[in-house]
Structure formats: structure tokens, C-alpha cells
Write a protein that binds this ligand. Structure first.
Ligand code: 13P
Length: 262
């Protein structure tokens, strides 16, 4: 079963519009000589305020090598929800993917598994693809409850989704202790957890669904780590934070994935 790899850059709360445009153009410029069919799915996730201009830069280039994602959404369609953006609004700005359940949203903004599930449903209903994040804290890892915690997060996130919807979704395994710390999770261990997640999907659905869903690793991914990560059996790509903020390091990660036989 071959799954198309994904390299996604989560810019978090960085970049004014001008910087976001420059970064996008820089990435596309560096990918110019790459054959599109050999590339992974390359995704950038700017802040809400830069979605419009980044989408415009992508369309102006016309190379079709970079796709747009939002970092969050709200699950209701419209109404009195001050400060929120619906999936339809994000689709309107050109988003094809939306990151949900990131540990920073869970920790600082109270996003629960139930909200992640509602968001996943709203995203899929609108024809977009959710990038569903999960991951354990250091305390959970040290207490030996990593697999239990992640199985629970995934089971709740996927509740009531069809196998067809799950097959096209993306999961990102991001151990919280590896995010922004420079401490990358050992590739073999990341692969073990990701294979465990795939097994959860197999039990909830079937082998075809488990073999179709793409599961990424995130947490201090760097140009120097990607090849080993992509060489693992179950790691289908990366969700990159810090190293996605310069075109050079992000494209090195994309090319590292290509080198692993995308
Ligand atoms: P870093 O790559 O900076 O560790 O961030 C990972 C992340 O949170 C991506 O969503």
C-alpha cells in the first residue's frame, strides 16, 4: 500500500503578511526545479490573517506544488461566535486542509477531544481534509500511559466518521515534549506509536482504512532528521514547526522526503 507522503509547515503565530508572502514565494522558488509528481504533498499553514495573501501567492505561481491549510477552525457553520472562523470561510480563502487538536490549542485554548471530533466532521462535510493532532506529555510518557492516551484521543476524534472519511484524513503524532524543544522523538519509537495509531484505526474500521490514512510525525523535525523518519515503515511525513519558518530548511525537509523515494 503506497501512501503519498505529506510535508506540512505549521507556521503557528509567526509572520506578518509580507513575510508570509516572501516565505511562500521562497518555498515555491526552491521547488521550481523539482518534478511535481516526485514531490510529497507540500502544505503551508499560515495564521488566519495571511491565508488570503498566501493563497494569492500560490495561485499567482500556478505551479500547484504548495497547498494551503488553516491552523484551526470552528465547527459551527455561522452565527454569534465572536473571533471564530467557520470551515466554509476557510475554504473560501483557498484552504484544503485544517489542523485541529494541536497540543497548543488543547493546552492554551481548551480544545477537547469532543471539539476535535466536531471540527473533523465539519471539515470533512465541506470537502476539506483534517490534520488531526495527538500526542502525550512527558508526564504521560514517564507514567507509561502514552499508548492508552493516544488511542483514546484518536478514538474520540474519529467518532461517527465513515471509513471513507477516515481514509482521506491525516493524523499527526506530535509528542508534546518534542515540540519546540529540539528533542526529536527517536524514529523507531515514533514509528512504533504511529503503527499503534494505525492499529487503532484498523480495529475501529478495517485494514483498507488503516492502510490509507496518512500519519505524520511532528516535534523538532529538522533537515537532518527527515530521512531517518521517512525511512520508517509507518511514518508518512512530517508536521514541521520551527524548521518551516525559513524556505531553505523547509525545502530541505521536502527534498529529504523526496530522497526517500516518494
Ligand atoms: P516544532 O517543529 O517547532 O517542534 O513544532 C512542531 C509542531 O508543533 C508542528 O505542529
Amino acid at each position: 500500500m503506497s501512501r503519498r507522503p505529506v510535508i506540512a509547515g505549521n507556521w503557528k503565530m509567526h509572520n506578518l503578511q509580507k513575510e508570509a508572502i516572501e516565505l511562500t514565494n521562497g518555498i515555491m522558488q526552491e521547488l521550481k526545479s523539482e518534478e511535481k509528481s516526485t514531490l510529497p504533498e507540500v502544505i503551508v499553514a499560515p495564521t488566519f490573517t495571511s491565508l488570503y495573501v498566501v493563497n494569492k501567492a500560490i495561485n499567482d505561481c500556478g505551479c500547484g506544488k504548495v497547498k494551503l491549510a488553516a491552523q484551526n477552525c470552528y465547527f459551527e457553520t455561522k452565527g454569534a461566535f465572536t473571533g471564530e472562523c467557520s470551515v466554509e470561510m476557510l475554504k473560501d480563502t483557498g484552504c484544503e486542509y485544517i489542523i485541529i487538536g494541536h497540543s497548543e490549542r488543547r493546552e492554551y485554548f481548551g480544545e477537547t477531544d469532543e471539539m476535535v471530533n466536531k471540527k473533523a466532521k465539519a471539515i470533512l462535510l465541506n470537502g476539506l481534509i483534517p490534520i488531526i493532532c495527538c500526542g502525550e506529555s512527558l508526564e504521560q510518557r514517564e507514567a507509561g500511559v502514552t499508548d492508552y492516551h493516544i488511542s483514546s484521543q484518536i478514538t474520540k476524534a474519529l467518532r461517527d466518521l465513515t471509513s471513507e472519511e477516515v481514509s482521506k484524513s491525516i493524523i499527526a503524532y506530535e509528542p508534546i515534549w518534542a515540540i519546540g524543544t529540539g528533542k526529536t522523538c527517536d524514529s523507531v519509537e515514533a514509528n512504533r506509536v504511529i503503527a499503534m495509531i494505525r492499529n487503532v484505526v484498523r480495529k475501529l474500521y478495517d485494514t483498507t482504512t488503516a492502510d490509507s490514512i496518512r500519519i505524520l510525525y511532528g516535534g523538532s523535525v529538522k533537515p537532518g532528521t527527515i530521512k531517518e523518519q521517512m525511512a520508517q515503515s509507518d511514518i508518512d511525513g512530517a508536521l514541521v514547526g520551527g524548521a518551516s519558518l525559513t524556505a531553505d530548511s523547509f525545502v530541505q525537509i521536502v527534498k529529504g522526503a523526496v530522497a526517500c523515494g516518494v
